[in-house]
Each structure stands twice: as C-alpha cells, then as structure tokens.
Design a binder for this molecule. Structure first.
Ligand code: SAM
Ligand code: SF4
Length: 458
C-alpha cells in the first residue's frame, strides 16, 4: 500500500502561497461560496492568511455555506466507550498500554445495555461506539455489542444510528461490521506527518502509519460507504494537517466515488498518564481552531464536521456558527460511567460538561435546531446517494423537517418543560420550510407525534 500523502507537496504548497494578497484570498472565498469546494493550492492560500479582515470574511463565508447546505440544524450524539484497555502506546492518550493507572475495563453485554438505557433516557438517538484497541474487542464482541445497543428499548426510545470509532480491521471483518447495520466508520489519522506519527505511536498495531492511513479504504472496500476521517490537532502544524485531510478526502473520492461523510477536528486535551497532552508539541489556539473549521467548511462543503466536548461550551457556541454540523453532548469517556459504574479514568479531560438538556436549551436560545435525525442512513441515502443530494444543497430539504420531527419527539418524551417554553420556536421553524407540501406534512406529523406516534421521518 502506498501513501497518498505527499509531505513535500504539502510543504511546497504552503511555501508557494505565503503572504497572499487580499484580492487573491477574496477570489478564493467567492469561489467557495459556489459550493464546489476548493483545491489544495487554494486552501493553502487561505491557511496562510493572517489578516483579521480576511479571516472574518472566511468565517462569514463558512457560516453562509453551512446555512445553505444544512440550514440551522445541528445533529447531536454521545460516545459510548466499550473498553479502555489498549495494546497501543499513543503518547497523547490516557488509555495507552504503558499507562497502568486507568483502571482498565471492558464492558460486558449487560453493562452495554445499562449504558445504552442511560443514554436513551437522556433523549439520545445516535451514539458513537468507541473503544481502545483491546484484543477482546474483536468482531464477535462488536457484533454482540452493536446488537445489544440496537435491541435496547427504554420507554419510547431506542438508538437508531450507531457510528463506530474502533481500531481498523481487515476487509472480511469490516464486511461483518457493515452487516450489523452501523452508520459511519471513523478512524482518525491523528497526524499525517509521518515522522511525528512514528515518534508518537511507540508500539502496537497503530504504530504502522500506512496501515492506519488505509483504514477507511478497507472499510469502503467492504461496502461501508460512510467513513469519517480526522486529525488530532496539537500534534503537528495545523496547516499541514488541514491540507493532508483534504488530500485524504480527495483520495477517497477518486478511489470510491465518494469523499468522507465526516471530518472530526479533535484538539489535544490533557490526559492523565500522558506527558505530552498537557504541553502539545504544536499548540492550536482558539482562533486557529476557528480558522481550521471555517476553511474545512469552504474546502469540503458537503462533508459533515464533528466537534466534541473536548472544547469548552463558550468556544463550541462560536464554532457551531462556522460550519460544524454535528456535536456530542453529555459525553463521558470512562467505560460504564453513564449508568454510574465507571470509576476508572477517562481518555482525556472533557471541557463542556453540560448535560444534553443544557446543551439543547443553549442551542435553541441561539436559534439552532437540535436534531436527532437518522433518516438518511435508514432510507438508503448513504455514500454516493447522500453526496448527490448534499453537493447541490438538496439535503436541507430532508434535514430541516427531520430535525424538527426528531426534536419534537425529544421534547415530548424527555423535556416537556422546555417544550412549553419554545412552542413558538417550533412553529416558526415549521413556517420556514419552503415547500408547502413538506411544510403541511411536517405539521401533520408533529400532530401525530403529540398523539403518541413515534419515528416519523422523510
Ligand atoms: N483506539 C481507537 C483509535 O485510536 O483509533 C479508537 C478511538 S480513540 C478511543 C478516539 C480518539 O481519541 C483518537 O483517535 C484520538 O484522536 C483521540 N484522543 C486520544 N487521546 C486524546 C487526548 N489526549 N485529547 C484529545 N483527543 C484524544
Ligand atoms: Fe489506544 Fe486509541 Fe488511545 Fe491510541 S488513541 S492509546 S489506540 S485508545
């Protein structure tokens, strides 16, 4: 397997585009507003812009692009950690093998059910299954864990989409993973800079840079057509990582006809047992994180951008305007901790520790529409089908009414107090649906939900 990341090419692009003119940057921003994405050379120009005036224009454009593709909806999810026992030694992570203080733990079936129940009781419909690279978390275990999550019911609720972030596997096992009915398979390269990667991943299967780089290729080859990529910001120069993410997206699009479904932008957080996590080798400031997210939104307008609770509530409130389309809420990174059984240490420290309902109240007060929608993947709008709708901006036709229906379900089942408070917000969101037929149907569906029906979607 060859690398599709050419470091010299990336350094060359960053070198050639230093100190760009305002006019050049503005031309690129105007092009991005046409929703056709940007080339690596254009992204390099924007990355090299330091002028606050241009940065503000990049932010405004990112906001417009997000609005025109996804509207004001923001998808919510929570991670469910299965194991913190790891055979790898990633120097930034609290779970790494050499860190013996984490109270290592692998969830049993009953514990997975308890965790799922606790998350459903908060109102979650979408989870991200996460695990350290634990030999016990093999495909048999994962099949059982995923079945357990999907089979768990609590009141009116259940989990309708389970995304997965676990160690890469071979195509045969990826096929079995696909057959369990997962949504997206995610694997983060952490850093695309090979020397840095080698220095930070001391041992275990993850120490193989090339193997890691091709995790999403193998998943795609096995038929998992929604894959998620990401970089852990703080390990290496953020400009290099953003360009590498773009090259990764282009590689997937060239090879499989569909780019990544999501890009995650975690930033290094302090983790117990990791010296480097509290002193990132390449610290990324809040302003730089805003720039990263906004430029990605311009570069790959159709791709979901995921933001986790690693970031503070205040910063997340800024970042969701700049192109983020999915956020986690009420997260815990200790296996077993949603149901009150997690005594061990988490993978890293969480900055936004608000509950799901607090996050939701905050979002609605800012005019965002919280969404628990899982319609696309249950209606076959995945991979290329999804991209064919997302690229021209047509996905919004589904996102907006489905966000409303799933949010109404949440309000009825988990937050009647808020439901009363934001009644007029819901009505005004319904009025905003442009197609009269869809608007009418959404209104009727909301009435049916109030009468007790559930799981209605377009
Ligand atoms: N163990 C698998 C792996 O490494 O791919 C699965 C997921 S791992 C539990 C999830 C992600 O957490 C990693 O890909 C990494 O980007 C992130 N992570 C690890 N340590 C972190 C830290 N100190 N701060 C922020 N994110 C961290
Ligand atoms: Fe293990 Fe993943 Fe942590 Fe690396 S990042 S030590 S593979 S859990």
């Amino acid at each position: 397997m060859k690398t599709f990341i050419n470091a010299n090419n990336i350094f060359g692009l960053l070198e050639e585009t230093q100190r760009p003119s305002r006019h050049h940057a503005e031309t690129i921003i105007s092009k991005a507003l046409k929703l056709k994405g940007l080339s690596p050379a254009e992204v390099a120009v924007l990355l090299n812009c330091g002028d606050d005036g241009i940065l503000n224009n990049i932010f405004t454009a990112a906001r417009q692009i997000k609005d025109s593709i996804y509207g004001n909806r923001l998808v919510l999810f929570a991670p469910l950690y299965l194991s913190n026992r790891c055979v790898n030694n990633c120097l930034y992570c609290g779970f790494r093998q050499e860190n013996l203080d984490t109270g290592k733990r692998l969830l049993k079936t009953k514990e997975i059910r308890d965790e799922t129940r606790a998350l459903i009781s908060q109102g979650h419909k979408r989870l991200l299954l996460v695990s350290a690279e634990d030999p016990a978390v093999d495909i048999d275990y994962l099949e059982e864990a995923i079945k357990t999550v999907y089979d768990t019911k609590e009141g009116n609720g259940s989990i309708r989409r389970l995304n997965v972030n676990v160690a890469p596997m071979g195509v045969k096992n990826f096929r079995r993973l696909k057959d369990t009915g997962i949504g997206t398979y995610q694997s983060f390269q952490e850093t695309y800079h090979r020397d840095t990667y080698n220095k930070l991943h001391l041992s275990g299967p993850k120490s193989d840079y090339i193997r890691r780089l091709h995790a999403c290729d193998l998943a795609q080859s096995a038929g998992i057509d929604d894959v998620g990529i990401g970089a852990l910001f703080g390990l290496y120069d953020y400009k290099f990582e953003v360009l590498a993410l773009l090259f990764h997206a282009m590689h997937l699009e060239d090879k499989f006809g569909v780019g990544p479904h999501t890009i995650s932008v975690p930033r290094l957080e302090p983790a117990e047992g990791s010296k480097i996590s509290s002193h990132p080798p390449h610290p990324v400031s809040d302003k730089e994180l805003k720039k990263i997210i906004a430029i990605l939104r311009l570069a790959v307008p159709y791709t979901g951008i995921i933001l986790s609770t690693r970031e503070s509530a205040a910063l997340r409130n800024d970042l969701i305007y700049l192109g983020v389309s999915q956020i986690s809420a009420g997260s815990k990174t200790v296996p077993g901790s949603y149901s009150g059984n997690g005594k061990a240490q988490g993978q890293f420290s969480i900055s936004d520790d608000r509950s799901l309902s607090e996050v939701i109240e905050g979002l609605t007060s800012m005019g965002f529409l919280p969404s628990f929608c899982t319609s696309c993947y249950r209606s076959g709008r995945t991979g290329e089908n999804f991209m064919n709708l997302a690229k021209p901006g047509d996905i919004k036709k589904f996102c907006q009414p489905n966000a409303l229906l799933t949010f109404e379900e949440y309000l009825l089942d988990y937050n009647p107090k808020l439901a009363k408070k934001i009644n007029s917000f819901i009505s005004s969101e319904v009025r905003k649906i442009p197609d009269p037929k869809v608007r009418h149907l959404t209104s009727n569906h909301i009435k049916s939900l109030i009468q007790g029906k559930r799981d209605l979607y377009f």
